[in-house]
Design a protein around this ligand. Structure first.
Ligand code: CA
Length: 232
């Protein structure tokens, strides 16, 4: 018998979108479970323990952001929000509620699969030992030795710069909101101090990017936060 692939819970009430997701997942080695309400989503999550959730925000019996908060109360299952709401505030709200990523409709299969790969990899690694060395393009970060190199040239970072880079590297490929980064690097009391982040991000770019004005490693997600390019 062939492996049916990872179970993916699809929470979506639009039939057309469900068809698209069902076909895309099934043809790429995933096993979709489909529900159209928040209530059924919770029942399937506890009953079947899927490896990932694709979640629409506008559901007939509730809001996907509320559902994300509820799930995060007891589960670390990766959640990718798929929504027609493209506003930055919606993205920030979903990510701060605990979603791993956010895709604005319409999107293509390749983009969906790329985001799913990143989220699944992070979830699997979170259960085991962290990657001791993370490589992203010319950047190499040795977490064990706390050594950062670009094109094999060592780069000296301040403690805050290092923590900021290590956080982004451990989440490579995934967007982190300003609030999440500030909370992790500076502490819970500083989640509103966006200017700290701007200053340190500019410093990191000057040290790591060949052309700091056109960053290719440390990418800004306008109005949302930052993403380190995905690992190689
Ligand atoms: Ca909907």
């Amino acid at each position: 018998m062939t492996d049916p692939g990872p179970l993916v819970l699809v929470v979506e009430d639009e039939p057309q979108m469900r068809r698209f997701l069902r076909a895309s997942l099934a043809s790429h080695g995933f096993q979709p479970i489909e529900v159209s309400t928040a209530r059924d989503a919770l029942a399937r999550l506890t009953g079947q323990a899927p490896e990932m959730v694709l979640l629409d925000l506008g559901l007939p019996d509730g809001d996907g952001i509320e559902l994300t908060r509820e799930i995060r109360g007891w589960s670390r299952v990766p959640i990718i929000v798929i929504s027609a709401r493209g506003r930055e505030t919606d993205k920030v709200e979903a990510l701060d509620a605990g979603a791993d990523d956010y895709l604005t409709k319409p999107f293509g299969v390749a983009e969906l699969l790329a985001r799913m790969r990143v989220a699944l990899r992070h979830a699997r690694e979170a259960g085991g030992a962290p990657a001791p060395v993370i490589s992203v393009g010319p950047l190499r970060l040795d977490l064990g030795r706390r050594v950062v190199t670009v094109d094999e040239r060592e780069v000296r970072l301040t403690p805050i710069e290092y923590r900021l880079l290590a956080l982004l590297a451990q989440n490579a490929g995934k967007v982190l909101t300003q609030r999440q980064i500030l909370g992790e690097v500076w502490g819970r009391g500083h989640t509103g101090d966006a200017h700290y982040l701007r200053v340190y991000m500019a410093q990191l770019r000057r040290k790591l990017e060949p052309d700091p004005a056109r960053p290719r490693l440390l990418v800004t997600e306008p109005g949302v936060g930052y993403r380190l390019r995905d690992r190689d």
